[in-house]
Design a protein around this ligand. Structure first.
Ligand SMILES: *Cc1c(COP(=O)(O)O)cnc(C)c1O
Length: 463
């Protein structure tokens, strides 16, 4: 019996250039609208297409998507999308992302492709950018959540080797094991998620008080809590908290970790790029003494989703968890033994090209501009609003004076409806608030002016 490939794929392959041109055209058309398109698009309920019996081919499929869905995509890659911590994409990173799909390398194996080596080279450049010493071994993962998961998995392996009756958790699991606490001041929500996935449990996380008026942990309170628990323990520190961009005192926490026999994990998904700005690099003092450091290239480094990374100085503990041995994987030290995935895409390529394309100076300019935009918004907030925390980096946390949660939500809706800017709500010290995070390389002073006017109008309408 002869087996045919479907004719439509053969035809598509023969006409690949036209398909790629269509994709490039669609991408260019979308990107050209980034400044005008609403940052918060409210999607209509487009009916689900039925699975076609006979496919329509790539060009028609692209056209269908562009007709039915593309108009309702938000400008989340644009300069006035200030929600969450959302970077756009640099031109080089975008090209790298396309090429990663075209090359479609198998990262399971280091022996049949140079892709793994290229990934190591990208990681070495990131290490250099953030001032991490060479003892930190890295890996790319899907994002900051996964990076926290990997760092905490290594921490767990390390910690349970240090209890009175040591356990190899990767081998034997947590059943019946005593509790090892994880402590932090204002840990990101993804830390709880990581602990849930790891079987450690969300309840393992203990919140320690923050310094007055800060989102940074009180080191003395942390030290006292660790003294009470005894070793081992895990400290989860922030290099940039999500509400205000506040930093834990990493040097003080490294001292405490040394003294109390704790692992220091630094969540740097927001704040690692502060290392690029000489005015703010001091916020990362002590980072080089961490045991694990997680980061996100798809935030302030403006690499497209999904690109997080994890660095640890305990590769053996990390690999004890993530090693996946099978005769057919072969020998060596492929990256698959460092992360939850076995197979995965050539995820480092966008970051590699962007780091090469813009270098230390380019990244410095990108980071300094976002810091300046945040400072400018804080300084020019309309009088109806008040700042809830000093702007330490790129996040402005503020509130409508006297507003409750419902009014705050109305202001946000009005702002989003105007189509000028997107922000996310939060609660700071029980006060309903708004936060504007500046992470897109293209955001400039003119954008800040537009945002200020839009806030003024939104406050008037919601009052
Ligand atoms: C965004 C963020 C995360 C989670 O990263 P994802 O890329 O969304 O998975 C973790 N920690 C902090 C501080 C963050 O801002």
């Amino acid at each position: 019996m002869r087996v045919h490939t479907p004719a439509v794929i053969d035809d598509d392959w023969a006409g690949l250039d036209a398909i790629l041109d269509d994709a490039r055209g669609a991408a260019g058309a979308y990107l050209a609208t980034l400044r005008a398109r609403p940052p918060a698009a409210i999607p209509p309920d487009v009916p689900a297409p039925a699975l076609p019996e006979d496919g329509i081919g790539a060009r028609a499929a692209i056209a269908r998507f562009v007709r039915d869905y593309e108009p309702h995509l938000s400008a989340s890659a644009g300069p006035r999308y200030l929600g969450f911590v959302t970077g756009g994409t640099t031109p080089a990173a975008l090209a790298g992302d396309w090429l990663a799909s075209a090359y479609d390398q198998n990262l399971v194996n280091d022996s049949d492709s140079i892709a793994g080596l290229a990934e190591r080279h990208a990681l070495a450049m990131l290490r250099d950018l953030f001032g991490l010493p060479g003892v930190f071994e890295g890996a790319f993962v899907t994002g900051g959540t996964q990076a926290n998961l990997v760092g905490l998995a290594a921490a767990r392996q390390w910690a349970y080797r240090r209890i009175a009756e040591p356990i190899d958790i990767a081998e034997h699991g947590l059943a019946g094991a005593p509790r090892v606490p994880v402590l932090g001041g204002a840990p990101h929500a993804s830390v709880g998620k990581a602990l849930a996935i790891l079987g450690w449990g969300r309840a393992a996380l203990e919140r320690v008080g923050c310094l007055p008026g800060r989102q940074a942990v009180d080191p003395a309170a942390l030290d006292a809590r660790l003294a009470h628990h005894g070793a081992p323990a895990v400290i989860v520190a922030n290099a940039g908290d999500v509400n205000t961009g506040d930093f834990d005192d990493l040097a003080a926490l490294a001292d405490i970790a040394d003294r109390r026999g704790a692992w220091l994990h630094v969540d740097g998904a927001i704040g690692l790029p502060a290392a690029c700005a000489p005015s703010h690099a001091h916020l990362l003092r002590g980072l080089d003494r961490a045991d694990s450091v997680s980061g996100d290239a798809h935030k302030w480094l403006n690499v497209p989703y999904d690109a997080g990374f994890i660095f640890t100085r305990h590769l053996a503990a990390q690999q004890a968890v993530f090693t996946s041995t099978a005769a057919y994987f072969g020998a060596g030290d492929p990256l698959l033994h460092r992360t939850p995935e076995n197979s995965r895409r050539f995820r480092a390529l966008p970051a590699l090209l962007s780091l090469l394309a813009y270098g230390r100076r380019g990244h410095r300019a990108m980071i300094e501009r976002a810091i300046a935009c945040a400072a400018r918004l804080a300084a020019s907030l309309p009088p109806a609003f008040e700042l809830l925390a000093p702007v330490r980096l790129n996040i402005v946390c503020f509130a409508l004076r006297g507003a409750d949660e419902a009014t705050t939500a109305r202001v946000l809706r009005a702002l989003h409806h105007d189509g000028v800017a997107f922000m996310t709500p939060t609660v700071l010290d029980r006060r309903p608030a708004l936060r504007a995070a500046f992470s897109n390389w293209a955001t400039d002073e003119h954008d800040v002016k537009l945002v200020v006017s839009a806030l003024e109008a939104a406050a008037r309408r919601a009052a």
